[in-house]
Design a protein around this ligand. Structure first.
Ligand code: GLA
Length: 386
């Protein structure tokens, strides 16, 4: 993490009454594979990154939260007891977490807080989940005797997205932000909540993100529509196959059976999801055997599906994927919700430097700006810093 406690503390002390509070952090994430599978009850395979959010918090003896966003230089005050909450989106994340923690019986009191982050915004690296997890973890520590388990803290963040922001996201981003472990990827079964950690120590390969800097924001994007399309296909399939509760339970044959009853778009969306659920498991097996070629091949298949079937890519991301293929990158794909943000690339050590150079030059030649390249280091989940 480039951001330090002092970056936040110096602003907190200046902005409030000169005293210090407790400091908490939560990370953003990468996802090796398993995109748009979480809300279909399938598998995901993310890892926490070094970049994240840091917040300093000090109870202020009132029922009000006084919050300062260091990055936006914006200050908002809201009451914990006012159901409407603040207008500013960044403050609604904090408000939503407070309200959802209170709904779980945590006796949250008013506090002063300042926070900052070094997860690039709109890069598909889940800066909002990092923010939610930071506050959920902090409130559990300050007022909840740490009684709420990390997965439930993740659900607090997810409910915040649903109820206070309007994004009907799955659980992946908040789960990895709360449960990430340095040096490990985490496979999660999004139906049962079962988690398995896989040490990420790829001999001879590296993960590199290339941020197209096309800003992606799920709020107001067709993300919710994609989710509805998937749920509709699952309902239609379930008429003849009652065991199908979500697309995770479906297969290609079942999809063919209902082709005439669903729209062409719904058919494509479901094809992508059914394939992606299987790809996550294929990648886990391949990793255990050290078979990175298969991991990479699955990543390219995911990119194809996200671009042509799920249709959440954009020209810039497809171009980054094409360059990766030309340069012999082992695997490359859009990462996260899509509509912009990063590609994630699995690259053999000896090709890394050249790829970084070529992708920067070609992207700049075509779009007039350099992409931002980020080396992935797998870090820890939510924690107290001091
Ligand atoms: C966003 C959502 C996640 C997940 C991904 C796509 O990051 O917050 O729940 O659906 O998109 O895999």
């Amino acid at each position: 993490m480039k951001l330090t406690i002092d970056d936040v503390r110096s602003r907190f002390v200046k902005h409030f009454d000169g005293e210090t509070g407790s400091v908490y952090a939560s990370p953003g994430r990468i996802n090796l594979i398993g995109e748009h599978t979480d809300y279909n009850n399938g598998f995901v395979f993310p890892g926490a990154v070094e970049q994240g959010m840091i917040a300093e918090i000090k109870p202020n003896g009132t029922r009000n939260v006084r919050a300062y966003s260091i990055d936006l230089k914006d200050y908002v005050e809201f009451s914990l007891d006012d159901e409407a909450g603040p207008k500013a989106t960044w403050a609604r994340y904090i408000f939503g977490v407070c309200r959802e923690m209170m709904a779980l019986g945590v006796p949250v009191e008013g506090f002063n807080t300042a926070f900052a982050g070094d997860v690039p915004l709109g890069a598909g690296m889940s800066s909002s989940a990092a923010l939610e997890s930071t506050y959920a973890y902090a409130l559990n520590d300050l007022w909840g005797d740490n009684k709420i388990e990390r997965l439930e803290l993740a659900r607090v963040g997810q409910r915040t997205e649903h109820k206070y922001i309007g994004v009907n996201c799955g659980i992946m981003d908040q789960a990895i932000s709360c449960l990430g472990k340095a040096g490990n990827l985490m496979r999660m079964d999004c139906r049962s909540g079962e988690i398995a950690y896989f040490p990420w120590n790829p001999k001879g390969y590296q993960l590199v993100l290339v941020n197209s800097c096309v800003k992606h924001e799920l709020k107001g994007s067709p993300y919710n529509e994609r989710r509805l399309q998937c749920e509709h296909v699952a309902e239609v399939i379930a008429k003849n196959h009652p065991e199908v509760k979500s697309l995770r339970d479906a297969n290609y044959d079942m999809l063919e059976e209902v082709k005439a009853e669903i729209t062409a778009d719904e058919y494509k969306r479901a094809r992508y999801v059914i394939g992606e659920v299987v790809r996550v498991l294929t990648v886990c097996d391949a990793l255990e055997k050290g078979d990175y070629e298969t991991v990479g091949q699955m990543m390219y298949e995911t990119h194809y599906g996200l671009s042509k079937e799920y249709e959440v890519s954009c020209e810039e991301l497809d171009y980054l994927n094409d360059i990766a293929k030309e340069e012999g990158v082992t695997g490359s794909r859009i990462m996260g919700g899509g509509f912009g943000g990063c590609t994630i690339n699995l690259i053999a050590d000896e090709l890394v430097d050249n790829f970084k150079k070529v992708v920067s030059e070609k992207f700049e030649a075509k779009y007039g700006k350099k992409p931002v390249i980020i080396d992935v280091v797998i870090g820890d989940g939510a924690r107290k810093l001091c």
